[in-house]
Structure formats: structure tokens, C-alpha cells
Design a protein around this ligand. Structure first.
Ligand SMILES: [Zn+2]
Length: 445
């Protein structure tokens, strides 16, 4: 839940100008970045005694110790942030309820309009602004200060804040519509609202996934058709060979915000597309790009977007059932003290968010495992499609700039939404071992 990340305090924009000069100093990354060019180590060259473990270790050994320490520290810090984000959100929602701020915001909305739907929208705007301001210190640290400290961010404070404001506005509009429709359902269908609420939220989520590549992503980044035939020709050839009816590859200027390399499949139905970010285009070798595109095509061919939607449907149905039970239980206890007049009262929204945040926190390992399982499928598909195990090993090392390379098994299960770098290199070397004949001409140069 990154709602709290938005706005991040207009006040802070006004009083932070002297900070900007400091923020513009580029941290020295020469000692800590992953190697840009990863050569195939001798242990990973084809031979009669090719050993998967030795080849994996040889790839991992190319990572400088300082780069590994930095990546481990960044990623492990993220474990704690999951906890701090949860605790901070819980305290904020509790404060808003306990001190009667929620009831006051509802009363204010009722003074401005006679219509319940409009009152809910007005409540939503106040609530969103309030949690954004209260959550600003942690969100600025997490989204700006920390990203700069680890050399992953490219934006100065002004443009970063601009992005936060845009996200806040999107949230205000889309979130407002969803919240007002849901409260309308609760009041009209008090006995079965959790069922219809789930149905409406599912439809709304599918709609949001569908419009995002066309209407939301372009608010933050420039997305263009890639027209360098050197790059697109092998990708489109790979697409045809895998039965994907693609005519274009898209690129996104992610370097506006971050140094991370990535690519993705987004959209739904007619808006579905494969997009590469410019960091990957700039730093990736042709073999690496091909291996990453093979992975993305795996998502497409294996229908991961549709499977994700099915997963979200199940999760939302369970969530709404638990939400109904949680709201009934807590409103019976504290509803009166907080000035909430029932489930159909918008003043109950902080409680809804509290329950959602708690469930989301407990759900983290399951969500990560669902995503990581799809990612592993796409990895294997990509290796078979692209036949670039060394390109994929190189990509795994580059992605290690923001993801710990060698976690323990339990750690990977709980915290990783993609296979770890070590896991991916091992899969690539296993695949290479099974297909050594393809690499008979490979040399160490
Ligand atoms: Zn993926």
C-alpha cells in the first residue's frame, strides 16, 4: 500500500530547497556497482567436465565484495521497511480514529453536500491528504533519501515530488470513485455488500490494469516505440518464433527515476505489450537483452496476466469476507467511541484501511511466493526461447544491484518476489549443462 507515499508533505517542498544542492551530489558508485560487462568465466565454458555448481560459483565470484555488501544491505533494509511501513500505517489509522478526526472529517463533508455519494468523495479527499502528510517523513526517507543513498535514484527532490503529486492526484480520482461506489453498495445492500464489494473491486482492478499502460504510465514516463532495427529485429524474430503477434517493442525512459534495469509485460487485452526500460537498453549486452525478452515473452505465452487476475479474484473474495467480519467485530466494540455510525459511514474508512494493511502485511510471503513462482516459470521459458544462459546470468548479476544475490531458502520464500540472482544463475547453468552442444563454438574471449 503506497498511498501514504504520495504528496509526502507539500510543506516539506517549501522548506527543503537548501537540501536540494546536497541531494544533487552523485554518490561514488565506482566501487559498489555491479560489473557492467560480465564475461563468461572459464568454469562456465562448455567442456566434458562442465559442472553446474562450479559455473554458478564462478559467475557469483565476479561480483566485487563491496557491490555485494551494498546490495545485501539495501535489500535486507527492505525487510525492516515492510515492518516499519505496517506499524507506521497502523498508528496513523489508529490516531485518526481515536482522536475523532475521522468523525470530524465526515461531519465537515456532510456540511458541504446533501448527497451521500458526494460526501464520501469529500471525506476521501480529506482522508487521503491527511494520511499522505502524516506518512510523509517515512515515505520521503524510503522513496527518496534511501534510494539516493544506495545510488539507485536519478531524480532531484523537485521532480521526485512532482511524481508524488501526480500519483496522489491519480489516487484521489480513481480511489475516490471506488470508495464512493463501495460505500453506496454497503448502504444499498447491507446484507450482502461483501459479495458485491468484491465483484465491483475485481471489475475495477481489471479496468485499472487495462488502462494503466495507455493512461497512467505516460503521466510519469515517456513511452515510445523502439525503432532501432538492430535491437528490435532479433526481439521480433524471437516473438514470431514463440507465436506472439507483436509488431512493436516499446521502451520507457525509466532512467528519469532510477538506475534499475527492467522490462515488463503490462496491460490486458488490446493494451497488452512488452516494454523494455532504457537502462537495460543502455547497459545490457545483446545476449542479455535477448534473455530478458525471452523471460518477458514467457509471461505473455504462459498467460501470467490472466492467472494473476484469477489470483486477485480469489484474494479479494477472501479479503472482503474477512473485512466484513473484522468491521462488524471492531465497530461493535469501539464504533461509538470513535463516532462511527455504522459500516455505511465513510468515517469507518480508517478502520477499513487498518484491516486491509494488517491483512496485506500477513499476506506478504504468500503474495511474494505467487509472484516468484510465475517469475521462475518465465525464467525457464526464457532460457528455452532465447538460448542465452550466459546472457541471463549477466542479467541476474545486474539485477543484483537492488536484489540480494544469495539469500537463505526461508528468506527467499518470505521476501523474494523474483528468484534470487544465485537461483537464476544456477537455473541458467543447469540449462546450459543440458544443452552444451549449442555452445561448442564458445570460447573464453
Ligand atoms: Zn518477470
Amino acid at each position: 500500500m503506497n498511498i501514504g507515499r504520495f504528496l509526502a508533505g507539500l510543506v516539506l517542498v517549501l522548506c527543503s530547497t537548501p537540501l536540494l544542492a546536497g541531494a544533487q551530489e552523485k554518490p561514488d558508485l565506482s566501487q559498489s556497482q555491479m560489473p557492467s560487462v560480465v564475461t563468461v568465466p572459464p568454469e562456465a565454458l562448455p567442456s566434458d567436465h562442465f559442472d553446474v555448481e562450479a559455473a554458478t560459483s564462478a559467475y557469483l565470484a565476479q561480483i566485487p565484495l563491496s557491490a555485494r555488501a551494498r546490495s545485501d544491505a539495501y535489500f535486507e533494509g527492505g525487510y525492516w521497511l515492510i515492518l516499519w511501513d505496517f506499524l507506521m500505517a497502523a498508528v496513523i489509522y489508529w490516531v485518526i480514529l481515536h482522536f475523532g478526526w475521522s468523525a470530524k472529517m465526515r461531519d465537515f463533508a456532510q456540511r458541504l453536500s446533501r448527497f451521500a455519494f458526494v460526501q464520501d468523495l469529500i471525506y476521501w479527499v480529506q482522508f487521503l491528504l491527511l494520511i499522505t502528510v502524516l506518512g510523509a517523513p517515512l515515505n520521503i526517507y524510503e522513496g527518496y533519501v534511501r534510494e539516493h543513498k544506495y545510488g539507485l535514484a536519478t531524480q532531484t527532490f523537485g521532480p521526485w515530488m512532482g511524481d508524488q503529486l501526480k500519483a496522489l492526484l491519480v489516487n484521489m480520482i480513481l480511489g475516490g470513485i471506488l470508495v464512493a461506489v463501495l460505500f453506496w453498495i454497503v448502504r444499498k445492500l447491507p446484507g450482502t455488500w461483501h459479495v458485491w464489494g468484491a465483484v465491483v473491486t475485481i471489475a475495477f482492478s481489471v479496468f485499472a490494469v487495462m488502462i494503466a499502460p495507455v493512461f497512467i504510465f505516460p503521466l510519469f514516463n515517456k513511452i515510445t516505440r523502439l525503432d532501432d532495427p538492430e535491437v528490435t529485429r532479433p526481439i521480433l524474430s524471437l516473438a514470431r518464433a514463440n507465436g506472439i503477434p507483436a509488431h512493436d517493442v516499446y521502451q520507457i525512459d525509466a532512467s528519469r527515476q532510477t538506475t534499475r534495469m527492467s522490462a515488463n509485460v503490462s496491460g490486458f487485452g488490446k493494451t497488452m505489450r512488452i516494454t523494455m526500460n532504457d537502462n537495460l537498453l543502455r547497459r545490457g549486452s545483446p545476449e542479455e537483452i535477448k534473455s530478458v525478452m525471452g523471460h518477458e515473452m514467457g509471461h505473455y505465452v504462459l498467460n501470467h496476466i490472466y492467472k494473476d487476475i484469477l489470483f486477485i479474484i480469489i484474494v479479494l473474495v477472501v479479503f472482503f469476507a474477512l473485512l466484513r467480519w473484522g468491521l462488524d467485530w471492531s465497530l461493535a466494540r469501539w464504533g461509538q467511541a470513535w463516532g462511527i455510525r455504522g459500516i455505511g459511514d465513510a468515517a469507518a474508512l480508517p478502520l477499513v484501511f487498518f484491516i486491509a494493511t494488517l491483512l496485506g502485511f500477513l499476506f506478504t510471503p504468500i503474495q511474494n511466493t505467487q509472484t516468484r513462482t510465475s517469475e521462475h516459470e518465465a525464467d525457464m521459458y526464457g532460457l528455452n526461447a532465447s538460448r542465452q544462459p550466459d546472457g541471463f546470468a549477466q542479467a541476474a548479476i545486474h539485477l543484483g544491484e537492488y536484489r540480494k544475490m544469495s539469500p537463505g531458502p526461508v528468506e527467499e520464500w518470505i521476501f523474494f518476489d523474483h528468484p534470487s540472482g544465485r537461483h537464476r544463475i544456477h537455473d541458467a547453468m543447469q540449462w546450459k549443462a543440458e544443452n552444451l552442444a549449442l555452445f561448442s563454438s564458445q570460447t573464453g574471449h
